[in-house]
Design a protein around this ligand. Sequence first.
Ligand code: UDP
Length: 359
Amino acid sequence: MAKRVLTIVGARPQFIKAAVVSHEIAKRDDIEEELVHTGQHFDPSMSQTFFDELSIPEPVMNLGISGGSHAQMTARMLEALESVMVERRPDCVLLFGDTNSTLAGALSAAKLHIPLVHVEAGARTRCMENPEEINRLCADHVSTLLLACTQDSLLNLQQEGLGERSSFVGDPMYDAFVEYSRVARRPRLLNLESGEPVALPASYLYLTCHREENTADPETLLNILCTLNELASRVVYPVHPRNRDNALSVKKDAGLDNILLTEPVGYLESLFLVDHADAIVTDSGGLQREAFFAEKKCVTLLDFEVWPETMVDGRNVLAKPERSSIMDALSVQQSINVAYKPFGDGHAAVKIVDAIMSL
Ligand code: UDP
């Protein structure tokens, strides 16, 4: 009998990682997958676009759970996912990353004693104010099989006493980057303010900024946008729906002619933006890695490192949301050692499915 895997996804970066693993599962006869979408990201530009572009199998159900506080969202998911798992009786549950969907999936499966596989295990910021850190720690400590993207992540797991259940497989984001960069697509940008199409500038910084740390207080976002408006002739900023009203009002109040607010772009378009940008400024874990894969300079608007592997040779530099810190970080020259490939060989999905089969 084929092994039955229940994969739980809910947020944009999880769709990308799940896509490459789903494709690998589809090639094999001895394993079957059912996908459950928690609904955490529901806006078509944050969800359906990714299913279409990346040919991700249709979820068997969408729980439609989003919004509210962290506790509210996680609690609703926990209850719903328990029912799903009891009904579908999978041989194992597969989780990616560090979102509330990951946490709820991990707790539901662990309490039902269903073997649990966590991909992207062992990433650590060591900052408990970072909401995703709590999700990572909890998911890792209740998982049966911990699959690390990098040797650094594996070391973190070993240091936490989880080494026996852990292995290094590489990063499925890198698999996706290798596969889809070839078909990256020039974005059809939609101006968020006017709703009208707008051309991609020839030269620009690619900004994504939506973490609570940078957006909960509008002053913080204002500082970031004012600084970038001054430093770059154009800044392309696809805005996460959660941060839409905030970004629109900051821009309206402060002018900021060089900042182009747009609707979120698709994954193939985001890869194009990375590839053609002068530099990336972001608070996204995924985009930091994509900048690294594309050998683009990155400035990360956070207090902590999530992917220390990228923070070498000036390639990715932390900055506070302050003028001098962002200016300093952008002015650090990067040098690139092409032999340095901490995120694996682009075949993480094969190793992930092999590891699931070994359970
Ligand atoms: N991304 C995208 N469209 C956008 C902005 C980002 O497709 O408008 C992609 C980006 O290339 C990366 C992923 O979304 O692959 C990162 O997702 P996000 O920042 O939401 O999550 P994180 O990586 O921080 O967990």
